[in-house]
Design a protein around this ligand. Structure first.
Ligand SMILES: *Cc1c(COP(=O)(O)O)cnc(C)c1O
Length: 348
C-alpha cells in the first residue's frame, strides 16, 4: 500500500475543545466547515457532540446537510453564508439556521420560510460578510421581535492581540447590539484568547480545536506518515528530481516517499521542510512532485519503511512556516488519497 496514513486523534481534539471552553464562562460551539478543516466532519463532529458541543457552524448549507446526517436531529447547525438562492429546501428539511448577511437574504428568508429560525451576521469592519451598521439600523426593529437565535460578527485581526482593529470591532459590535436580549457571538479561536470582553454568550473556535495557531497550547490532532517507496545511493555530483533542483555534494542515500502536492504537500514547502524518523529529522531535497517527495536519509542507521511529515516534532504550523502559509491551509489541503485512521473519541 503506497498511500500515506493520516491519523486523527479525536481525544486530542476533544481536549482542545475542553481547554478553550474552560477559558470562558459562556457556551463554546465548534466550527466544522470545510470537512472539519480537512479532518473529516463525521468523526470530528460526533466526538465533539459526545463531549458536549451543542452548536456547530459550517460555511455552506450543503455542509450543513452532511453534518445533520452525521449528528442527527438534536444539534444546532448554523450556516455562515446565510440563506442563498437554492438553499431553502435544505434549510427547511434539515433544520439549518442561516446567519443572514444582508437585507436581501433577510427578505428571501422571511418570504420563503416565515417562522423558521435564523441568526444575523453583522459587519464590524472586516467587510467580508454581514450587515453594515446602517443596514442593521434600518431593519433591527423589524428583526428583533422575531427573536433571532444569534447575532454575530467576526474579527479580522484576532491573531494579533495588540492590533487596534480588535478594540475597534468590539466597540462597534457593542454599539450595534448592546441592550438587546438576543445571544451574541464575536470570538473565534483568536477572540477567545483576547479575553473575557470578547466572549459574549457563545464562542466559535475552529483552528484551535484542530491544534493550530493562534491557540499555541493546543495539542496536536494529526500525524501523517508517508511510506518509503524506494531508496537509492546517489553519488556526488548526481542530481535528484525535476529541474535537477538538488545536486549531491557527496555520496548520499536518498529515499522516495509516497505523497506530493496532489496530497496537499504543497511545492512551496520544498527546501525548508523535513520529515522525521521518530525524533531524527531528514531534509526534503529537490522539488516536491505530484505524488512523491525525495528526502536525504544518509544519516539514518536503518532504512525506514515510512517517515512522518506531521508528528510531534513537526506540527501543522511548523510545516506551514516551511511553506510560507498558515496551519489552516495545510490542514484543509490534506488530500483524499490518505488512509485515514481515527483514534479515541469513544470509538465513534
Ligand atoms: C472560520 C470561521 C470561524 C472559526 O475561526 P478559527 O480562526 O478557525 O477559530 C469563526 N467564525 C467565522 C465567521 C468563520 O468564518
Amino acid at each position: 500500500m503506497a498511500s500515506g496514513t493520516l491519523t486523527i486523534d479525536l481525544d486530542a481534539l476533544v481536549a482542545n475543545w475542553r481547554a478553550l471552553d474552560a477559558m470562558t464562562d459562556c457556551e463554546t460551539a465548534a466550527v466544522v466547515k470545510a470537512d472539519a478543516y480537512g479532518l473529516g466532519v463525521g468523526p470530528v463532529s460526533r466526538a465533539l457532540a459526545q463531549a458536549g458541543v451543542r452548536t456547530f457552524f459550517v460555511a455552506l448549507s450543503e455542509e450543513g446537510a452532511a453534518l445533520r446526517e452525521a449528528l442527527g436531529p438534536n444539534a444546532q447547525i448554523m450556516v455562515f453564508s446565510g440563506h442563498m438562492r437554492g438553499d431553502t429546501d435544505m434549510i427547511a428539511d434539515l433544520g439549518l439556521i442561516p446567519m443572514l448577511n444582508s437585507t436581501a437574504q433577510l427578505t428571501r428568508h422571511l418570504e420563503a420560510l416565515p417562522g423558521h429560525p435564523f441568526g444575523i451576521q453583522l459587519d464590524t469592519g472586516m467587510n467580508r460578510l454581514g450587515m453594515e451598521p446602517a443596514e442593521w439600523e434600518a431593519v433591527r426593529d423589524v428583526v428583533l421581535p422575531m427573536n433571532p437565535v444569534l447575532i454575530m460578527s467576526h474579527l479580522a485581526c484576532a491573531d494579533e492581540p495588540g492590533h487596534a482593529m480588535n478594540a475597534a470591532q468590539l466597540a462597534l459590535f457593542r454599539d450595534m447590539t448592546d441592550g438587546i436580549s438576543v445571544p451574541r457571538s464575536l470570538a473565534a479561536t483568536g477572540g477567545i484568547l483576547l479575553g473575557p470582553e470578547y466572549h459574549f454568550d457563545l464562542t466559535r473556535p475552529g483552528i484551535g480545536l484542530y491544534g493550530g495557531a493562534p491557540f499555541t497550547d493546543a495539542g496536536p490532532t494529526v500525524t501523517l506518515s508517508l511510506p518509503v517507496v524506494q531508496t537509492r545511493p546517489v553519488a556526488a555530483g548526481e542530481s535528484v528530481g525535476y529541474g535537477n533542483a538538488w545536486t549531491a555534494d557527496e555520496n548520499r542515500e536518498i529515499a522516495t516517499l509516497s505523497g506530493g502536492y496532489a496530497d496537499g504537500l504543497i511545492r512551496a514547502m520544498g527546501a525548508e521542510a523535513q520529515v522525521f524518523d521518530g525524533e531524527t529529522s531528514c531534509p526534503v531535497i529537490g522539488r516536491v512532485s505530484m505524488d512523491l517527495l525525495t528526502v536525504d536519509i544518509s544519516h539514518l542507521q536503518e532504512t525506514p519503511t515510512a517517515l512522518d511529515i506531521l508528528c510531534p516534532a513537526q506540527g501543522v504550523d511548523d510545516l506551514a512556516r516551511a511553506a510560507g502559509t498558515i496551519g489552516y491551509e495545510i490542514l484543509t489541503s490534506l488530500g483524499g488519497r490518505y488512509h485515514r485512521r481515527y483514534r479515541g473519541g469513544n470509538g465513534t
